[in-house]
Design a protein around this ligand. Structure first.
Ligand code: HEM
Length: 527
């Protein structure tokens, strides 16, 4: 091997020598090769062409959502039990089994709607995506900082994102488009009441909660299942910004949240979150006024008390933003033994979408990249080839056998542990139906009432400011929804817009909308 490290070194110059990717030393990085000092250039100019053409390809498509983000690394530590009960009674997932057990993690925080260089003070949900590099392979928990979501069926995701993204003609984020869409989606009210309150602009990534939002399952050693929701609580406390606070920060810095996280980790002030889970028996819960598989709902804490199960600490920044933040790829399908999906109609759609977009955005071999690789487990597949393959999985003694089954070698199926994969028996007609118990307003109203006065004031101000930019029918429909959420909210926003309850009383429920008796009563009382 030629050692290029000392080539051409001036005495005392310890810096390593620049090479191209073929390992050739670069003797002149200032001038391309030309015929004579003034040119022309020649086409066999390998060093120059490599440099420029690699540069031409430096960008990959940014994420279609959550483009702006920052990743940091650290560990998850299990508490092993809650009270006297071992967590193992609920899930056999190895990450949770022993008190003090640590699993390496990567966590990517993000905003949703803006592009890769957009402002981090935007009013927007924040992503909270964690990759656990467990001994059973990777587990990704892809959540947000708000407990609920805009929609409850994945088929609406492209619509909600189109409404929130810039106008296809003006390329501006337009309140008129956002509320045009939301006014037709009553299920979005709970999310809107959160998003347009100060919680919609977290002071920074260290000072926000995280939520798995969707409903998952835990499976124990006996194959028994429970429904679970995951929440992350920041030890640093929750801090949010009003529009005015955000405007002042944005005037100085478009990336304050990334900077804050990076600097805190650099100075050893490692941020920490506690993981708490809510657990429910795995059935439809007819006694509840919402469906446990509806991600526009929270589970009441008095009925389903959050149980602390572990903590995460972030103690290392990325070495390279592109390799470890742009290329990191999370997905809701990435689960390990003991953790499972529920039939939540958002979750199934998400599970297809993530790896689909990553095959497009990063490439079909995105899982070979160091940041995505299942570092904690042995990976042995019969997958081969595709763009950018650089790693061939060990195929056992006989590398010729990249298929299964074979009597000459290759890989064999794993043996099931004690459980089998027989799920519940499912009966039903193929159909397209909304879930029942939609109950779109009640929890939104409860959230409104739980806010502090200044948060409510900020929420009303934000709604008035933005909804006033919409067409009159959209304004009226939004006031109608807000009155159903909570009288006070509807009356205050209505007052700001010059819309009285009797201006909207004639509006019928939206097509397919089922109002509860309580909602019906509220409508009758309008005016
Ligand atoms: C990113 C789809 C709902 C949290 C993404 C990406 C897609 C996507 C395509 C880009 C992924 C990439 O390029 O690597 C969907 C679909 C949804 C949905 C189809 C609904 C059906 C949600 C919900 C949450 C969420 C409810 C919160 C619980 C995130 C986060 C990221 C993300 C945190 C960024 C991950 C990262 O940091 O790389 N989503 N999403 N998404 N989504 Fe969703």
């Amino acid at each position: 091997m030629t050692d290029v490290s000392s080539m051409g070194a001036q005495p005392g110059d310890e810096r390593p020598v620049l090479t191209n990717r073929q390992g050739h030393p670069v003797y002149d990085n200032q001038n391309q090769r030309t015929v004579g000092a003034r040119g022309p250039a020649t086409l066999e100019n390998y060093q120059f062409l490599e440099k420029i053409s690699h540069f031409d390809r430096e960008r990959i498509p940014e994420r279609v959502v959550h483009a702006r983000g920052v990743t940091a690394f650290g560990f998850f530590e299990s508490y092993g039990k809650w009270g006297d009960e071992p967590i193992g009674a609920y899930t056999r997932a190895k990450v949770f089994q022993r008190e003090g057990k640590r699993t390496p993690i990567a966590l990517r925080f993000s905003t949703v709607i803006g592009g890769r260089d957009s402002s981090e003070t935007a009013r927007d949900p924040r992503g909270f995506a964690i990759k656990f590099y467990t001994e059973d392979g990777n587990w990704d928990l892809v959540g947000n900082n708000l407990a609920v979501f805009f929609i409850r069926d994945a088929i609406k995701f492209p619509d909600v994102i189109h409404a929130l993204k810039p106008d296809p003609v003006t390329f501006r984020q337009e309140p008129a488009r956002i509320f045009d869409f939301m006014s037709q989606m009553p299920e979005s009210m709970h999310m809107l009441v959160n998003l347009f309150s100060p919680r919609g602009i977290p002071a920074g990534y260290r000072h926000m909660q995280g939520f798995g939002v969707n409903t998952y399952k835990w499976v124990n050693g006996a194959g028994e299942t429970k429904l679970v929701k995951y929440h992350w609580l920041p030890k640093q406390g929750v801090q949010s910004m009003t529009e005015e606070d955000a405007a002042a920060v944005q005037a100085r810095d478009l990336g304050h949240a990334t900077r804050d996280l990076h600097e805190a980790i650099d100075r050893g002030d490692y941020p920490e979150w506690e993981l708490v889970v809510q657990v429910m028996d795995d059935h439809q819960h007819p006694e509840l006024d919402f469906d446990p598989l509806d991600d526009t709902k929270v589970w009441p804490e008095n009925e389903f008390p959050p149980k602390p199960v572990g903590r995460i600490v972030l103690d290392r920044n990325v070495d390279d933003h592109f390799a470890e933040n742009e290329q990191i790829s999370f997905g809701t399908g990435v689960l390990v033994d003991g953790l499972d999906f529920s039939d939540d109609k958002m979750l199934v759609g998400r599970t297809f979408s993530y790896s689909d977009t990553q095959r497009h955005r990063v490439g079909p071999n995105y899982l070979q990249l160091p940041v995505n690789r299942a570092k904690g487990a042995n990976v042995r597949t019969n997958q081969r080839d595709g763009q950018m393959t650089y790693h061939v999985d060990a195929a056992g003694a006989n590398q010729h056998v990249n298929y299964e089954p074979s009597i000459t070698g290759g890989l064999r199926e794993a043996q099931y542990p004690t459980h089998d994969e027989q799920g519940p028996e499912i009966h039903g007609r193929l159909t397209r139906k909304r879930i029942s118990r939609a109950n779109d307003y009640k929890q939104a109203g409860q959230r409104y009432l739980l806010m502090e006065d200044w948060e409510r004031d900020d929420l009303v101000r934000n709604f008035v400011e933005l909804v006033s930019q919409c067409a009159r029918p959209v304004q009226e429909r939004m006031v109608w929804h807000f009155l159903l959420v909570e009288d006070d909210l509807g009356l205050r926003v209505g007052e700001g817009l010059g819309i009285r309850p009797d201006d909207v009383q004639h509006l019928d429920p939206l097509p397919g909308q089922d109002l509860t008796d309580e909602d019906g009563q509220r409508l009758a009382n309008l005016g």
